[in-house]
Design a protein around this ligand. Sequence first.
Ligand code: SF4
Length: 567
Amino acid sequence: MAELLAREGYQLSEHAGRAEVIIVNTCGFIGPARDESFQVLGDLAARKRKGQLLIAAGCLTQRYGAEVARRVPGIDGILGTRRWMDIVEVLHKLDRGGGLQPVYHLPETPAAGVPSETGRRERGVPRLAVQGGSAYLKIADGCRRPCAFCAIPLIKGTAVSRPMEAVLTDARFLVSQGVREINLIAQDTTDYGYDLGLKDGLALLLEKMTDPELYGQMRVQSTRDPAHTAFGRMPSAPTDPAPDGRTHGSAPTDDPLWIRVLYAYPGYVTDRLIEIMATRPQIVHYLDMPLQHAHPDTLRRMRRPANIEWVYSTLEKMRRQIPDLALRTTFIVGYPGETEDEFQTLLDFVEAMRFDRVGTFQFSFETGTPSEPLGDPIPPEVKEERYNRLMELQHGISLEINQTFVGKILPVLIEGQEDAGIDHPAGIGGQRPPEHPVGTGGQRPPEHPAGTDGRKPAENPESEGILIGRSYRDAPEIDGVVVVEAASDQRAASDQRAASDQRAAVNLRDGREHRDVRSERDGSEETLIGPVIYIGKIVPVRITGAMAYDLNGILEPRGGNHIDRSK
Ligand code: SF4
């Protein structure tokens, strides 16, 4: 919407009070989100200036559009979640004095192989959310799965895939902008292309996304080791290190690309997909596959795939072909009818599978979902107790797995700097797009609120120059982070050289660009210190410490030729 409005000459305003048009992107997925959306809409409607327009968009309006019109007096327009592209028309109608313009409906159900129009009329707008060096790229919207607890199909409608060419165009654009990580998202990425008539559509898309031809001149230009020059390989160093150990600035496209697949559906991870993940170096060895439960009876009541043998055999196959695979999953505890025995089966399963990451939700009752007739019979204290037992079990497993990385070198995408007040902007603080709040999410326990050791920069004088990043094992905003600092000998050597070098260079101590310049007027010299330019880059980091969710490490300026991702 922002892009369509910008094309029409609208400008973003920081202050709702001064804006001519206020657009609220609502969420209606669960009760608390609905309450908050109504609260915000009500407040804004009450404070509306004469001539100001208030538009509600998003999930709440998709499902409860008529209720929004009734409960928010003064609302001027209502857009369903799949009709964001109509924003300009709605504003034009309102300009002509059209009164309330509710435009909301679900897309039609497309038959297999018959392209659906609704949801594809994107008007050339990229479906992207970029934060630093990382981006979410939407490949489909809506869901045709029958999960009994989930309101998303009611809100978003059935699955509609974006045309492959549009996705590839967006990927090319992201790489041209220096984005180093593309996270593919949809409610169910493994369903990509079904409505386009594609077989194994996700595998096909990944094949095309990892074809160097797609990126043309954006391929790696040069590094010192040919074995590490292919597009998408791990870097041999942050970028082309000079003999003095400093790392010189370079074009953003010299770094590798990470492609991450989120939200796979059990039963739909095909052999072809596993092979593509195992053999294409750009695809990170990470998979997020929400399983929701492990007891077949609970899964049947959830209307989820109940063939737990498939899960065992597929994960075993994946781990054989991709030994350094990081697996994330999500469970719901306290689902109606979950007995203590069923819950114990889930605990045993988690213990046996040793997932790298586990998110857990307590069941939230939603009217209108297929599970509504089952009610919400499990008391909140039982849900809480099961939640705690599961998270405690996983805490120990995560810690043990993380400890196996100490001493190894991992490529890390740097996203923030602790002392700059921009702690892991994508890693923790930002908002994960709300595509799949039940299917994937997962709450991070509160013991690591900052994603590190919990120390605030102001209380930690040694935090200067500390960088925050993620390894391939960490999806943005949901998994852990890697807290990175330079080793002390690197700091000293780097400091010494900074005074004499005439070139622009990244200082290993603080990750900033240091540019030595000579004044043309009087010949005097000074060092200009630029912004932190490690941010948005993938650098090798030697892991020195492990917690349950996060890792500590030091920059490894010469570690590129022996980057080791094995466990
Ligand atoms: S839980 Fe995920 S896969 Fe199931 S219906 Fe909801 S969005 Fe679809």
